[in-house]
Design a protein around this ligand. Structure first.
Ligand code: KIV
Ligand code: ZN
Length: 511
């Protein structure tokens, strides 16, 4: 019989550690609900000791989710574990995930601890964690560069202390697939009580090997994979959930296990995470890239028309392409609108918020006749951005662009309630708009990325714009959506400025 492969999604924790990918509590709950629809086994909701906001977000996810386990991360300290344990208290099924580094370089340079002290801390941490949940996971950080003999000692000790899952991270993405598979095999064979736990892996993608390393570990007996939607994560990211799940599902002749993932929810999850974080998906990305199922060459098109298996190993509809439903139009009423939001797992905080979102929906339906699920998600993200970070607000804009003329923009914003306006010229309408905004705000931030994606098909589709700004070592992503991409661009620029502003005021309250 096929064994179960558990999927542990860490989009909300490791994924959020991508520079600029921070999410609000409402956005985290929305993504968590989509992960639940995807049927992931464990949702790592955050790192409660990082900040009160992280604590509250983990708590909110723990309350909202019923069919997946909700995990919280904690260093191997009593305070971290207490916060993690309290944050998941109301979860129907909650897990504390604690970690400490075990590689020589991390123990010596970062922790400044002797190996024996690390074992002592690891054991204590697992025992503290068991005080909050029977479901405790332990990770020896930087296991990929740790000595196998030492790893065996630490892991044997934490199993005896009550850990139920041992997660082996390749924290810096250094391992090669055959090495990493061998490491998992060795640990399973050499640790006397290894049959009492589930072996898990958590691979980073610094050498582009996160998925290969994870799959090699699965072949060596790992039965949990930690991964993220779109491969989001620290630096080059984590193993991508969609690639792991589809590799295992498509090659059941190779893998002795399978996940319980509902693969038709993969593309909606990818679009939701990309829309909320502002990290666009590259077109040639496996499974979820716009070109993943597109055939360009005549030979391929001809083959697919004759028999799709000639060039397709998966069906686009099985991973959720084309699942975007035409849901509503301009004649749809408030109830239909509210019901569809509920079906998408979107809960607005008040009737007032529903009314305001409905008003925006009507405005959108006037411009764009067919409204899809993705449009509703973008509308809610836009609404949340507009409501939460309101230091700067776009009031109105007028942009002029004509052949042979220099484009110019007039923008009116409010800054802390005070209305301001400015005109600027630019090399294009977007450049002119950004310059007009900068004239007023003088942020001095550097533009790192500007990208536009169409949310749905057709020339009347909404454009979803991401603007990434950096200043003083901080990186933020702003998002905006509109059927007019110049307006979406101005909204995205202002959203990024608001995030920079709120980060600055958090660290320097006098700003
Ligand atoms: O990469 C890593 O080692 C981690 C651990 C906390 C699991 O993210
Ligand atoms: Zn990690």
């Amino acid at each position: 019989m096929t064994e179960r492969l558990f999927i542990f999604d860490t989009t909300l924790r490791d994924g959020e550690q991508s520079p600029g990918a921070s999410m609000t509590q409402e956005e985290k709950v929305r993504i968590a609900r989509q992960l639940e629809r995807l049927r992931v086994d464990v949702i790592e909701a955050g790192f409660p000791a990082a900040s009160p906001g992280d604590f509250a977000a983990v708590q909110a996810v723990a309350r909202a989710i019923k069919n997946s386990t909700v995990a919280a991360l904690a260093r191997a300290t009593e305070n971290d574990i207490k916060l993690a344990g309290e944050a998941i208290r109301s979860a129907r099924s909650g897990r504390v995930h604690t970690f400490i580094a075990t590689s020589p370089i991390h123990m010596e340079k970062k922790l400044r601890m002797q190996p024996a002290q690390v074992i002592e801390h690891a054991v204590k941490a697992v025992k503290w964690a068991r005080g909050y949940s029977d479901d405790v996971e332990f990770s020896p950080e930087d296991a990929g560069r740790s000595e196998p003999d030492f790893l065996c000692r630490v892991l044997e000790a934490v199993i005896n202390a009550g850990a139920k899952t041992l997660n082996i991270p390749d924290t810096v993405g250094y391992s090669m697939p055959h090495q990493f598979g061998n490491l998992i095999r060795q640990l399973r064979e050499r640790i006397p009580n290894s049959d009492k736990v589930v072996f898990s892996v958590h691979c980073h993608n610094d050498l582009g090997l996160a998925v290969s390393n994870s799959l090699s570990a699965v072949l060596a007996g790992a039965r949990q994979v930690e991964c993220t939607i779109n491969g989001l994560g620290e630096r080059a990211g984590n193993a991508s959930l969609e690639e792991i799940v589809m590799a295992v599902r498509t090659r059941q002749d190779v893998f002795p296990c399978d996940t319980r993932i509902d693969t038709t929810q993969i593309v909606p999850a990818s679009k939701l995470v990309s829309g909320i974080t502002g990290f666009p998906v590259q077109p040639n990305k496996a499974i979820v890239g716009a070109n993943a199922f597109a055939h360009e060459s005549g030979i391929h098109q001809d083959g697919v028309l004759k028999s799709r298996e000639t060039y397709e190993i998966m069906r686009a509809e099985d991973v959720g392409w084309g699942a975007n439903k035409l849901v509503l139009g301009k004649h749809s009423g408030r109830n239909a609108f509210k019901n569809r939001l509920t079906e998408l797992g979107i809960e607005l905080p008040s009737e007032e918020a529903v009314n305001s979102a409905f008003q925006r929906f009507k405005e959108l339906a006037d411009k764009k006749h067919e409204i899809f699920d993705e449009d509703l998600q973008a509308l809610v993200t836009d609404e949340a951005v507009a409501n939460v970070q309101e230091h700067y607000k776009l009031i109105s804009m007028r942009v002029h662009s004509e052949t042979g003329e220099k484009p110019n923009a007039r923008i009116v914003i409010s800054e802390d309630g005070v209305e301001r306006r400015s005109d600027a010229e630019g090399s294009g309408p977007v450049d002119a708009s950004f310059k007009a905004i900068e004239n007023m705000v003088a942020s001095g931030a550097e533009l790192l990325l500007y990208s536009v994606n169409n949310i749905t098909k057709g020339s009347d589709a909404q454009g979803e714009v991401t603007v990434r700004l950096t200043k003083g070592g901080r990186i933020v992503n702003g998002q905006g959506a509109d059927t007019d991409i110049v307006v979406a661009s101005a909204k995205a620029y202002i959203s990024a400025l608001n995030k920079l502003h709120s980060k600055l005021t958090r660290t320097h309250p006098q700003v």
